[in-house]
Design a protein around this ligand. Sequence first.
Ligand code: UTP
Length: 293
Amino acid sequence: MEFRHIKKAVFPVAGLGTRFLPLTKDIPKEMMPLIDRPLIHYGVDEAVASGCSEIVFVTGTGKETIHQYFQHSKDLEVHLEQTGKKDLAEQLKKIPELAVFYYTLQEKPMGLGHAVLCAEEFCRNEYFGLLLPDDVMLADPTVLSQLESVRKEYGGSVLSLEEVDHEDTSRYGIVDAEEVEPGVYRVKGLVEKPDPKEAPSNLAIMGRYVLSPSIFRHLKGIARGRGGEYQLTDAIASMLREEPVYALIYKGRRLDCGVREGWIKATVTMAMRDPDLKKIIMDTVWKETGKKL
Ligand code: UTP
C-alpha cells in the first residue's frame, strides 16, 4: 500500500498545569513563554515542519488564549503597519496561516488518553501525529519526521523514546521492547510510571507519537488507570496486541518545559543561542555572583 504521510497533528492542551500554579491558574501552561513565543507555537512549528497542515487542539475551559493566539489580531497588525513596524506585522500575520486549526473541548481533564479520544472525529481514518507541547524538541529533521521514517520502513504506530536513569522510571511511561536496528524497537509492552524495581527497561516514552487511528477503539475500551485517569499508554498496550507498535530513540534535544527547573533550563538554553541574549545572561551571572562565566 502506498505510504501516506501524516497530515494531522493533535495537541492535547486541556491539562490543569498544576506544577506551575499559581501561574497556570489563569494562564494555560501551553501559553508560557520561551523567549518570545509561547510553548505551543514551538510545537505547531514542529508539526508544520513535519508536513502537517491541520492542527487539532484538544482544549479545556480557560484555554481561550490559545484559540486567540492562532487567529489574526487585525487591530494590532494595522497598528504595527501604521507605526513603521511592518516586519513585526508580517510575522504576526503568518501565525494563523501556519495551518488549518481545529478545536475540540475536553470538558474535564480525565487524562491524556481521554484527551486524545476527544480528537477522534478529526482523525478517524488516518495516522496522525500527537505532540505534547510542554516538551520542546530541538531536532533536525524534526522528531515527528524521524518517527515517520520508522513508520515508512516498518509500518504501525511509532513512539519517541529517551533512555532515562533507572531511578527515574516512575516519572514516565516505560516500554518493554526488542531492538530491531540501532535505536529502533518493536514494542512488546508498556507500563505507566513504574517503580524502578518493576520497570521493564529504562526506555521512556516522550511527548511525540505517530498513532494509528485504531487507537480510538482501544481508548474506548480501557478503564481508568494510574492516578484515576484514562492513560494513553494503556490504550497503546491494548493496541499492540493487534497491530505493531515501534519506538525510536530520537536524535535531538528535549527541553522539558512542564516543570519549573526544566523551563528555566530551556529559557537559558534558547537564550544562549542568541548572541545578544547570551551577553545578557553572562553579564547578569557576573553581576549576581561576581564570577565571570
Ligand atoms: P501533563 O500531565 O504534563 O499536563 O499532560 P498537566 O496535567 O496539565 O500538568 P500537571 O501535571 O498538572 O502539572 C501532558 C499534556 O496533556 C494535556 C496537557 O494539557 C499537556 O499538554 N492533557 C493532560 C490534557 O489535554 N488533558 C488531560 O486530561 C491531561
